[in-house]
Design a protein around this ligand. Structure first.
Ligand SMILES: CC(=O)N[C@H]1[C@@H](OP(=O)(O)OP(=O)(O)OC[C@H]2O[C@@H](n3ccc(=O)[nH]c3=O)[C@H](O)[C@@H]2O)O[C@H](CO)[C@@H](O)[C@@H]1O
Length: 372
């Protein structure tokens, strides 16, 4: 079976790496990896960590490109490739604009689409925008809908998807995370390098890892989160590490509020290996990221989610993640509870992650094999 796997951003690369490896290891499949290059530098470091060389690189990244540019670039690039190579299936991941455009290009060539991480919903088309629409559009076209949880599968069925097309596999991010954290825990040269890279961290202080980049927080939300971090840093018993996303809005907010605050380290976006190392060392995480809501609980780290809605209600229901929005007092008080109340911290960090056991990629390969 001829499979094309297409992705373009850092989180997609992290989540598709275990899938690429599993398909490439199985001789029943002829696997072609095609990257759109939507996040050039952030994508390449993930490919190198997982030792993946793409077969096709569309390299569509341009300065100041709009969502329309990404859509048109991806669709035009893939149209001729799909028409010439006639894959039996195209696999895309998640909810980015390049994933939606790749699925659409396949659909126009009447090539069946497989959607990894299908069925995530907030219920609000504009939160997050444009991701919620992208997810729904891809799911409508999907012949294989790989839902990470039963709840995601239920959302698909509620929208009328054919139950025979839905496979509950767990999330492939857990496969990727367990591989990387396993390497770190095994020690060796990489662990020593990471310890040296972060030797500025004070082991006596509780480490809080922060990220923030969602468009919905560009309108003052990021600044409020940063104000909350200033108050948390002033306690004296915490240390904050914040890899600041390259987006100009994010850089502006973080630098304006936090650049002079002692105990806050603003650092560049980290490669996946050091980022996993930081999450693993953290006491807790504050983030609006989707993937981190899935990863941190697997490492026993609570996440305060700086959003009003999430497409990952499983983590909220399980209690490992809490939606705190961007209200300063709320972020500070929830953080203080997790620092000061040891019983509550122990309870939250012991909750089992609801996103799978690290076998999602193998289950996806099995489902596709049965489809042959
Ligand atoms: C809210 C939302 O719509 N999120 C979507 C977004 O991901 P998401 O919001 O997860 O995107 P991020 O850019 O936060 O990436 C998260 C990933 O990058 C890693 N990381 C983070 C910071 C850093 O400095 N270095 C680093 O390697 C994290 O461990 C995680 O694996 O695109 C994903 C891919 O389609 C989808 O699955 C998500 O649903």
């Amino acid at each position: 079976m001829k499979i094309f796997i297409v992705f373009g951003t850092r989180p997609e690369a992290i989540k598709m790496a275990p899938v690429v490896k599993a398909f490439r290891a199985d001789p029943a499949f002829q696997t072609t990896v095609c990257v759109t290059g939507q996040h050039r530098s952030m994508l390449d470091q993930v490919l190198s960590l997982f030792d993946i060389t793409p077969d096709i690189d569309l390299d569509i990244m341009k300065a100041q490109q709009t969502l329309t540019d990404v859509t048109v670039g991806t669709m035009t690039g893939l149209r001729d490739i799909f028409a010439a190579d006639r894959p039996d299936a195209v696999l895309v991941h998640g909810d980015t604009t390049s994933a939606m455009a790749a699925a659409m290009a396949a659909f126009y060539e009447q090539v069946p689409v497989g959607h990894v991480e299908a069925g995530l919903r907030t219920g609000d088309l504009y939160a997050p925008w444009p991701e919620e629409m992208n997810r729904r559009v891809i799911d409508l076209m999907g012949r294989w809908l790989f839902a990470p949880t039963k709840q995601a599968a239920k959302a698909l069925m509620n929208e009328g998807a054919d139950p025979d097309h839905i496979f509950v596999t767990g999330n492939t991010v857990i496969d990727a995370l367990l591989t990387v954290v396993g390497d770190i825990h095994a020690g060796g040269a990489r662990k020593a390098e990471l310890d040296a890279q972060f030797d500025f961290l004070d082991p006596e202080k509780k480490l809080i890892v922060v990220t923030g980049h969602r468009r919905e927080n560009f309108d003052g939300g990021l600044e409020r989160m940063c104000e909350a971090l200033v108050r948390i840093a002033r306690r004296g018993d915490t240390e904050i590490v914040y890899p600041v996303h390259l987006n100009a809005n994010v850089q502006r907010a973080a630098n304006a509020v936090l650049s002079d605050t002692e105990a806050v380290h603003l650092i560049e976006p980290q490669d996946y290996l050091p980022f996993v190392y930081l999450m693993d060392r953290a006491h807790l995480v504050i983030s609006d990221s989707g993937g981190i809501q899935e990863e941190a609980p697997s490492l026993g780290k609570p996440v305060l989610v700086t959003r009003d809605v999430t497409e990952r209600p499983e983590a909220i229901e399980a209690g490992t993640c809490r939606l705190v929005g961007t209200d300063i007092d709320r972020i500070v008080s929830e953080t203080e509870t997790l620092i000061d109340d040891q019983g509550e911290y122990a309870r939250v960090s012991a909750i089992r992650n609801p996103f799978g056991d690290g076998t999602a990629a193998a289950q996806i390969v099995k489902a596709m094999k049965n489809a042959q």
